[in-house]
Design a protein around this ligand. Structure first.
Ligand code: FMN
Length: 208
């Protein structure tokens, strides 16, 4: 097991595939801002991750707040049809997931949870959830990473957010391969002090 310096949370089995991707071509990497704030601390981390993983790869970012995502109505029609009756941007977002080999979700804590906008999106992914048949599916072999950040000092709240996102990955059959929790970050200015941790985590992403 490899420890990331200053990291409070371990990557999941980081030793498994270190170095196996380099030299084999490029990856498509999608970095998601799960916050509605387009220029805050989450956005700053998204920007840094995009730069650090760029080495020979195709990188795209998206901010959840740039898309129209209607609430799930809980009707369960999608359990029978594998699609939602509502028309909005969910399919556009899922096209980005389909494009990506690696998905990096960066989420702040809002009341000790993921922001509502991202939760609404997850709810609307029920047509892709593997607990019912038929269900829609994105291609297999994708790997997911999570960065959680918060203002408070304790890691369990970050772990809760990571748990929500990795639960989502699991039901879309995206393999969760690593996560990072960053406490004591309120505004983007605080991100500069955490660059070593973020860079080390990006090495994990590009080597997984
Ligand atoms: C509505 C709201 C609720 C928040 N709730 C918490 C919280 O429960 N615990 C915490 O540590 N930080 C909380 N924060 C702080 C954010 O996690 C923190 O500022 C984060 O670094 C930046 O988020 P941003 O990129 O969305 O600006 C909250 C912030 C907002 C706006």
């Amino acid at each position: 097991m490899i420890w990331l310096r200053h990291c409070d949370i371990l990557p999941i089995d980081a030793t498994r595939q270190i170095g196996t991707w380099r030299g084999r071509g490029y990856m498509n990497i999608l970095v998601i801002n799960c916050s509605p704030v387009k220029n805050g601390a989450t956005a700053e981390i998204v920007k840094l991750v995009s730069q650090y993983v760029n080495d020979g790869n195709n990188v795209k970012t998206l901010c959840i707040d740039d898309y129209e995502v209607k609430y799930c109505k809980g009707c369960r029609r999608c359990h029978k049809t594998a699609e939602c009756f509502q028309e909005d941007d969910v399919k556009k977002i899922m096209e980005q997931y389909e494009w990506a080999d690696r998905i990096v979700s960066v989420s702040p804590s809002y009341w000790a949870d993921i922001p509502g906008q991202f939760k609404v999106f997850i709810d609307r992914c029920t047509p892709w959830c593997n607990t019912h048949e038929p269900h829609a599916a994105i291609s297999s072999g994708k790997r997911g990473f999570t960065i959680a950040l918060r203002t408070g000092p304790n890691m369990p709240e970050c772990e809760k957010i990571i748990g929500s996102i990795e639960h989502f990955y699991g039901h879309l059959e995206i393999e969760a391969r690593g996560h990072l929790g960053l406490c004591s970050i309120e505004y983007k200015e605080a991100v500069a002090d955490r660059i070593d941790e973020i860079q080390a985590f990006c090495d994990l992403i590009t080597n997984s």
